[in-house]
Design a protein around this ligand. Structure first.
Ligand code: OOG
Ligand code: MG
Length: 270
């Protein structure tokens, strides 16, 4: 990721980081970065994301984990991109079950259901495998991610979405973790999932939608994050990627995700 030569200078990285930071903190839609900077690369997108992370940490936000983006066919088709991405997660994005999310703080939020991995050990920054991930994982938890592209009409290209921290906005995880090692017959790749909105079934899926194995997705995140000069470490939560298409939400909505074996997670919007 950080191996190719940037097409933008440091001043431009700083300027675009500020633009994304403002859009995120003011919940104000912006135009795609590639409109002004058509030659922007994926690598440039990650330079901006790195600077954005530093900016939030300087504000006192705490890094609590990372996420995979665009790891399922449903998500890639919905967003018109063909490559997974990563984004960072902070304590300010974490929402406790039972609390309501204020939609006025977001531009045009959507929800997606994901399998979250809670790490009990550090992951390698190079050549990480699904087996490494399984060995390092304390437990799996069901998660709802609230994504919110800061780009107008939720429309972007790969470079722009990476700069916008892969649309990260909020996330909520279920309260009961499932130990990966507890049941030798437990198959993490075929966990069924149903997504409900206000008591109505919206979508269904299985964990295999995420690169065939959500642990493979976490391994990919470990490697990409390593290339950014960071690391997935013990205690972090990793969202392995949306299983189905993301669903737009409105004030008053109650969203519930029910997973086979690993449990349920709920969130309300006001
Ligand atoms: C990019 C973020 C995607 C996922 O799980 O695929 C993502 C987007 O679709 O806005 O978080
Ligand atoms: Mg997601």
């Amino acid at each position: 990721m950080t191996t190719t030569t940037p097409t933008i200078d440091d001043a431009t990285v700083a300027e675009l980081t500020e633009r994304v930071y403002r859009a995120q903190t003011d919940a104000a839609a912006m135009t795609k970065l590639t409109v002004d900077h058509p030659s922007l690369t994926v690598n440039d997108g990650y330079l901006i994301q790195n600077a954005l992370r530093a900016r939030f940490l300087a504000d006192g936000h705490r890094l609590v984990g990372w996420k995979a983006g665009l790891t399922s066919k449903a998500k890639m088709a919905q967003m018109g991109v063909d490559q997974p991405t990563v984004g960072f997660l902070t304590d300010r994005m974490a929402v406790a079950q039972g609390t309501a999310i204020d939609i006025t703080r977001l531009v045009h939020p959507r929800v997606e259901t994901e399998v979250a991995f809670v790490l009990g050990a550090d992951l390698p920054t190079e050549g990480c495998t699904a087996d490494d991930v399984v060995a390092a994982t304390s437990y799996l938890v069901p998660a709802i991610e609230v994504i919110d592209s800061r780009y107008e009409a939720f429309s972007f290209d790969l470079q722009s979405v990476i700069a916008d921290n892969s649309s990260s906005a909020r996330f909520v995880v279920g309260s009961n973790g499932t130990r990966l090692s507890a049941d030798p017959g437990f198959d993490r790749t075929t966990l069924g999932m149903a997504l409900w909105r206000n008591g109505e079934l919206v979508d269904t899926g299985a964990s295999a939608a995420v690169l065939g194995d959500p642990a493979a997705s976490v391994a990919l995140v470990a490697t990409i994050v390593g290339s950014l000069g960071a690391q997935l470490t013990a205690g972090m939560v990793v969202l392995s990627g949306g299983i189905t298409q993301a669903v737009a939400v409105e004030p008053g909505d109650h969203i519930s995700a029910r997973f086979q074996t690993i449990g349920d997670v709920d969130i309300r919007f006001v």
